[in-house]
Design a protein. Sequence first.
Length: 233
Amino acid sequence: MPSCVDPPDYSGAMTVRIAPSFLTADFGHLATELARIDQADWVHFDIMDGHFVPSMTIGLPVFEQLCRYAPAPKDAHLMIENPDHWAPRYAEAGADSVTFHIEASKAPIRLARELRAMGVRAGVALRPATPVEPVLDLLEEFDMILIMTVEPGFGGQSFIEAMLPKIARTRAAIKAAGLDVWVQADGGISRETIGRAAEAGVNMFVAGSAVYNADDANEEIEILRQLAMKHAH
């Protein structure tokens, strides 16, 4: 298994990363759709099982094949039941970062440590109604905190503005602890919302419809990157 992508940088500089969500790609042309985003910093794969969330997307065999064509590090977001069993399998399949939902994991610390021991980044995700405060006491155990800015399960939803204070509290706690934990926002990220998310403290942005609905996906990635950099601090 390869070593962790992007080892921690404790210099204090906030690096902006754009991770297009493959959820809104044309699933009839998977390899071609990955090639459209070859300027992305990461590729975000939404794994849904029809149980933890109502929708179903791709599973382990398809994800493993897509990893062969991904033009950037692979970010697997598991919206599934029993991530304690499945998350390490996605690491083995080629993910560089695996994010599981705190609401679904029975032993999140043990799982995060297992993922890190496999050489991948360990992320924990929170639905909009899930308080972040319990996770803030455990920041050292994770490489990324994903604050969902829509209800997980469907693409194309509107950004939930009420998540901005939650993001800001998360970033403040990370800064106070002197850690290099990434803060990711997923849902409704676009030209209109990315600046506010960056100001609140996000440095890993998942953008689905905004990128894949654009005529030139790579151009849209760069526009989003510049807007985020303008507001990052």
